[in-house]
Ligand binder design. Structure first.
Ligand code: FAD
Length: 422
């Protein structure tokens, strides 16, 4: 059996590794000269920046991605510093007076009454997940403090690149459940590239082939079944086609299905998928600015949602003795035309958060349209199947429920592999 994978991002490579290790002949076609998509490194002045992700795996060495990497024998080490996520709560921004409150104890900043309500809600929502409202709407019903919104926006902005008003409460509680189940974030040693390179090695060791600079221009279908792809005008037959480019772009490659009623229903669901956008500001520092390898959420900031300093876990991600610090901020779609202003506000945030510290901005990046933070924002995923038999979608355009970012990719790939391999 032959499988063709369109795209060599994390989702495509995980699928290729699993299928090539399960007896499939696998060919991966990537349009860029490099593999890894939004999960690989860019070397700038010896700092290992990235094409997308902030070198963080949301559930570290115990989450769904780590489990899948082990399952396919990918040689990756993920390290986690336990308990290392904090909310920076400012008492006086001008005078730089703040407290870094451990994430697990964030409720301590609330009034006694709100703390009691929070403890009650934590228990009841686990049994009775709120439905049909956003996380912000759910909060407004239960906690009467602006700080709760700011914290929710910081968490959703960092973890999902969304405002709390744009995520279904149900999805956020599923994510919290996964945080209890799998634990907090970790950093892959060597950064994102170490993960996607290890997967590419697995594919090749299993006899699979990865072609770069090969753009798939059409998915060939016959009687409602995917039977191959077209590249440079040439047909490449296959029994299975796995697309790593999201439902929207996958549909653009399928010609002649539009008249089918089932396909029309699918298209309506595809149209409802919303991507998430954001921006990243990368700093080089001579001294640690955070001092731990976890996340610093910044609820008081204008734009920045959170910051990490991955060199506390893997010093090789920066030149010797230096630190790499990355700040992330979500961007609402209506603010995309004003991205420069958005990034300027993020830079101002960092000037306040790191007042008096010595650092240099080495890169700012914005992510939207064809290179977003997520092709399908959390809560708008529609699954891995398509109405075309033998055509599946993997990656962050088809994440599993409650899966933050790459953990959602791993859950989606697992789901797809269960459908294909049983
Ligand atoms: P992609 O990486 O986009 O791979 C798809 C590949 O398909 C690309 O290489 C593309 O070139 C190729 N392609 C497209 N069209 C074609 C075609 N027609 N033919 C052939 N090839 C094609 N996630 C985390 O877990 N932790 C983080 O810290 C984190 N931070 C992030 C910060 C930012 C700023 C961004 C942008 C993302 C972040 N993410 C994070 C999300 C994570 O990076 C992505 O979810 C993940 O990398 C997406 O992988 P993918 O396989 O879905 O798609």
């Amino acid at each position: 059996m032959k499988a063709i994978v369109i795209g060599s991002g994390l989702g495509g490579l995980l699928s290729a590794a699993k299928l090539s290790g399960s007896g499939y002949e696998v060919e991966v076609f990537e349009r860029l000269p490099i593999t890894g998509g939004r999960f690989t490194n860019i070397d700038i002045k010896g700092y290992q920046l990235s094409t997308g992700a902030l070198h963080m795996i949301p559930h570290g060495p115990t989450g769904p991605l780590a489990q899948l990497l082990r399952e396919v024998n990918a040689d990756v080490t993920i390290e986690r510093e336990d308990g290392m996520a904090f909310m920076r709560i400012f008492e006086d921004i001008g005078n730089n007076i703040y407290e870094d409150v451990p994430f697990a104890k964030f409720g301590k900043v609330f009034s006694l009454w709100n703390r009691i309500k929070l403890a009650f809600l934590m228990i009841t929502t686990r049994k009775n997940t709120p439905k049909n409202c956003s996380f912000a709407e759910w909060l407004s019903k239960h906690l009467d403090t602006p700080l709760a919104y700011q914290m929710a926006d910081a968490f959703c902005g960092w973890a999902l690149s969304l405002k709390a008003e744009d995520v279904p409460a149900e999805e956020v509680f599923e994510i919290f459940e996964n945080l209890y189940r799998y634990g907090g974030p970790g950093v892959p040693i060597g950064g994102c590239k170490a993960v996607t390179d290890a997967l590419a090695d697995v594919v090749r060791n299993n006899g699979g082939t990865i072609h770069t600079e090969k753009e798939v221009t059409e998915i060939i279908t016959e009687d409602g079944k995917a039977i191959g792809v077209i590249i440079d005008g040439k047909q490449h037959p296959a029994d299975l086609v796995i697309s790593n480019i999201g439902h929207h772009y996958t549909n653009d490659l399928c010609k002649g299905e539009e008249t089918d009623a089932e396909y029309q229903k699918y298209l309506d669901r595809v149209k409802a998928i919303k991507p998430s956008a954001g921006a990243k500001i990368c700093l080089a520092a001579s001294e640690p600015l955070i001092g731990h390898g976890g996340v610093l959420f910044t609820p008081s900031a204008r734009r920045v949602n959170g910051i990490n300093e991955v060199t506390n876990i893997d010093p090789k991600l920066a030149p010797q003795g230096k630190h790499l610090v990355m700040a992330h901020q979500t961007t609402k779609w209506e603010r995309i035309p004003y991205l420069e202003d958005e990034i300027d506000l993020g830079i101002k945030d960092l000037e306040e958060i790191f007042a008096g510290k010595d650092y240099e901005i080495i890169l700012t990046q914005s992510h939207y349209n064809g290179w977003p933070v997520n092709r399908s924002s959390s809560g708008s995923d529609i699954g891995n199947t398509t109405p075309i038999e033998g055509l599946y979608v993997v990656g962050d355009g088809a994440k599993g429920k409650g899966g933050i970012e790459v953990e959602g990719i791993a859950l989606g790939v697992k789901n797809t592999m269960n459908l294909i391999l049983g």
